[in-house]
Write a protein that binds this ligand. Structure first.
Ligand SMILES: NC(=O)c1ccc[n+]([C@@H]2O[C@H](COP(=O)([O-])OP(=O)(O)OC[C@H]3O[C@@H](n4cnc5c(N)ncnc54)[C@H](OP(=O)(O)O)[C@@H]3O)[C@@H](O)[C@H]2O)c1
Length: 362
């Protein structure tokens, strides 16, 4: 497939500025030009178009990945609208994309973990909607051989977010109960599977009967269609005393109800704020029942903190992905030049699991 270059560009991008990059500084890559979805202005999905830019440069501790597939995330939709700026330093060419799967093309001088040709998946700080992306070697790990690139690209953001919430933030142990909202979404489908592997009891909320069927297959014991049922009543009936934790993506509209389904000592982990960011807390109830409301975000983590969660996750789960006990649920695959369609599809709330962008074959 050939790519239509710069179809919505007002003027050609400056492809000569080779001392700027998506990640780090270090050896130059000889003026190589690559294709990427470059954000030139904020707006609706039509602002996404394929353009030509200088290849990302790698630093001494980085790898350069030839991207074969990249995951689409809700954060990308916000970033496209100008509502979620990338962490510093601001890249000269604003390329979306927080995760990818591909092949190591080059390694920085201090990298010992990988070699050219290794198949890797990675969590990146941006820039994955491109033929190549550079990232710290510590933010990547080997793709289990049984997985293809599309499946691997759907793992990093959703699964590490879910792992962080269940294991590090809520500190859940075998036999405990968790309510997972948006149970058929990218993160929700990952969280339900991880909960099952951890020996937890999971309930989930979803917005359709089709999604409910899928959430049950992922391992949820109880699935509530919030359009027709009251999740507080259903979860309390299922759990008796309430749940140990709620994984929440909805925010504002659910805060009060999330606290209502917690047992004494329970925790709400706020992962997303799909309905809004404001909420009212009954602090008396918080004290009396010793409740916790805790937020988490993956992208804003830096350095060792980020590396630690990525490598801990990779060590704990790679064998389960190899055997198929864990899997990224892939809903639709779009080509890189169809990024605007992929964004529209995600905004429609129809996806069950992940949406992936494929790079054109070289
Ligand atoms: N903190 C972090 O580090 C981090 C990392 C990854 C993702 N996130 C956030 O987590 C959330 C989920 O991400 P995802 O990748 O799973 O997205 P996704 O696959 O698009 O799933 C989101 C689902 O949430 C449900 N939903 C949307 N708006 C809603 C509303 N107002 N009330 C109730 N349900 C609503 C919809 O499913 P139904 O049809 O079932 O309602 C939608 O399909 C996003 O907000 C994302 O930004 C945060």
């Amino acid at each position: 497939m050939s790519l239509e270059i710069g179809k919505c560009a007002k003027d050609p991008l400056d492809a000569a500025g080779l001392n700027v990059s998506q990640a780090g500084s270090g050896p130059k890559n000889g003026g190589v030009i690559i294709k990427a979805v470059v954000l030139r202005e904020f707006g609706d999905p039509d602002v996404l178009c394929v353009d030509e830019v200088p290849i990302a440069q790698k630093g001494l501790d980085d790898i350069l990945i030839r991207v074969r597939a990249a995951g689409v995330n809700r954060a990308d939709l916000l970033e496209r609208m100008g509502l979620y700026p990338p962490p510093d330093p601001q890249p000269r060419y604003h390329i979306l994309g927080l995760e990818c799967a591909g092949v190591v093309e080059q390694v920085g001088e201090r990298v010992t973990r990988f070699h050219q040709g290794d198949r890797v998946m990675a969590l990146v700080n941006g820039g994955a909607y491109a033929e190549y992306v550079a990232c710290p070697a510590d933010n990547a790990w080997l793709i289990p051989p049984a997985l293809d690139d599309t499946q691997a690209a759907g793992i990093p953001e959703a699964f590490i977010t879910a792992y962080d919430a269940l294991v590090q933030k809520a500190e859940l142990k075998m036999g405990q109960r968790v309510l997972i909202h948006a149970g058929a979404g990218g993160v929700g489908s990952a969280a339900i599977q991880l909960a099952r592997q951890m020996g937890l009891h999971a309930a989930a909320t979803v917005g359709s009967s089709e999604k409910a069927e899928h959430a049950k297959q992922f391992g949820a014991e109880v699935v509530i269609n919030y359009h027709h049922e009251d999740f507080v009543r259903e979860v309390l009936a299922w759990s008796d005393q309430g749940v140990d934790a709620v994984l929440d993506f909805v925010g504002q509209d659910y805060l009060k109800r999330n606290l209502a389904v917690l047992r004494t000592g329970g925790i709400v982990v706020v992962i997303g704020t799909l309905s809004g960011v404001k909420g009212e807390l009954d602090l008396g109830d918080l004290l009396k029942r010793r409740l916790t409301v805790r937020g988490t975000a993956l992208r804003s983590r830096q350095g060792y903190d980020k590396m630690r969660i990525i490598q801990e996750f990779a060590t704990a789960t790679s064998a389960f992905f190899q055997t198929g006990q864990l899997r990224a649920v892939i809903d639709q695959v779009f080509m890189l030049e169809e990024a605007s369609q992929a964004h529209r599809y995600m905004a429609s709330n129809k996806n069950i699991g992940k949406i992936i962008l494929r790079m054109p074959p070289n």
